[in-house]
Unconditional design. Sequence first.
Length: 166
Amino acid sequence: VEAITPYCQRVEIAGSLRRHRAMVGDIEIVAPPKVATDLFGESLPDAPTPLDFFLEMKRVKMTKNGQRFKQFTYAGVMVDLFLPESAAHWGAILTIRTGSHDFNMWLMTERQQKAGVMFSEGRVYSKTTGKVLDTPEEEDVFKLLNLDFVPPEDRDDRKWLAYVKR
């Protein structure tokens, strides 16, 4: 995280590490990269990002190397790097990437139906209008779902049910 921070707009550890689980299978990081710019500071949206150049310079061998998802091994541990395309979707991506799997399944089935929203491809949509709803922070996702914020450590073992508004 410390190494990639200068090349990203913001960086947050997600997954089981963020949930403070005793057993961690991989490291998940959500980090929208800074956009490449030309000599005059103009954005070059289709160009490789400063993060891409950093990872290449460090000779990181990618298992997967897309614009929105990168995967590699670091110190013998698999690292999944999620790169949101927009700050407007940060909250949705961080929520989903934090998990747990059971919590996400509950959010995407039972809870989203009650709230009239739908998760798809790292975004939250209104079922009524079909419009993408901005979720710049994780708290925005919970508000759209009519839930109190569930701390990451309470997203396992159905502890999240204590946060459901009656």
